[in-house]
Design a protein around this ligand. Sequence first.
Ligand code: EPZ
Length: 428
Amino acid sequence: MSIYQVEGGRTLEGTAIVHGAKNSVLPILAAAVLCPGVSVVHNCPDLSDVRASIAILEHLGCRVERSGDTVTVDASGLTRNDVPDALMREMRSSVIFLGAILARTGAAELSMPGGCELGPRPIDLHLAAIRALGAEIREEGGALHCALPKCGLRGCQIDLSIPSVGATENAMLCACGAAGTTVINNAAREPEIVDLQGFLRALGADVRGAGTSTVTVTGRKTLHGGEHTVMPDRIVAATLLSAVAAAGGEAEILGTDYRQLSTVTAILTEAGCRVRSGEQRITIRRDGPLQGVRPIRTAPYPGFPTDAQPPVMAALCRSRGTTVFVENMFESRYRHVDELCRMGARIRVEGRVAVVCGVERLHGAPLRAADLRGGAALVVAALGAEGVSRIEGLSHIDRGYHGLEETLRGMGAQIRRLEDGGGGLPNL
Ligand code: EPZ
């Protein structure tokens, strides 16, 4: 078991480059199933969730090769249409393969994805959208047995009651196999949806409107191989910005479209950071104490991203004043709070509300990550704390961050990944 060992109290300086977006590349890799040819995906981050997706592609009969940050998927010879339980359990968002497998093969067998650390993760909207396109889905024995009627998938109008990112993506992929036109209303508007549309269009699919609440797909186009470069990960960028806010210093985060993070940069500016945005770069400086800010309510894009809530909260633990967080997207997304309190943070949680009473200092402590973004929050807090923190549970962090310790070390952080628990306190 590896751990992070972090010696806080050092400011961060320099430049960081953001890797490709996890939440964009996962649906893109699923979408590669649609194409009876070769897809080339550039800027593909090496994350455990990506490795899980590649394992599913190979299980289905695709040939997948990685060369650096480029992953090539040859889906010409699909041999299966099932995602086994073990692979579904490894990554619950594997449900995103359902629409693409159905569209390509006409049938699909997936085990029900469980909940996760964030609480129940229902897929009712995914299933309703795919049923609206004509699929027959039987939920039995913890598995989804999916088949198509003789007439196959047919375009339709899909009205999402929640602008669900995953349901929007599953509907888009399934609609690519439907005769006629599908209109997805109340679609999620996240930038990752726009990136998925870019990939689908590179394959020859007719998909329009991504980034707005109405996505239109004209299906049954003859798809061909294509190339696409994955967008930078805006949540990794938000995490690095939070790290500078917590530790102090000045750094430049390269690769991110600042317009995708305006809610986060606005909060960090209000808290007292100096943020400058340029083309594909955000510069942040924090030298004075942070201040508490207006209530932060997480919401679907373009609202404040739920995935940025934990790292931003970690930064605001050391501030003058109080900040109220309202987590509207997931039921259990405050699992980092107890760990932050072990470092001296003063946070009260009542249901979806967390009240952070800023303190002057945090102290290092032995910490345990319970989920992906909560784990990143512990790293952010440790960077701004006095003394040494040891963070367990890196398997959560590795799902969405590639080389986080190298990136932070390149900015002057004293952080090491130690194998097998790390033993004593080595010199950092
Ligand atoms: C995606 O999850 C992201 N994951 C999440 O990132 C992100 O937090 C979330 O979107 C919101 O932005 C990936 O893209 C792989 P939703 P997803 O469907 O698609 C409810 C991370 O840390 N809902 O938009 O699962 C759901 O319970 C992860 O990188 C239903 O009720 O999110 C939630 O309350 C965490 N029924 C709300 O909608 C459904 O069928 C939004 O979820 C689907 C969702």
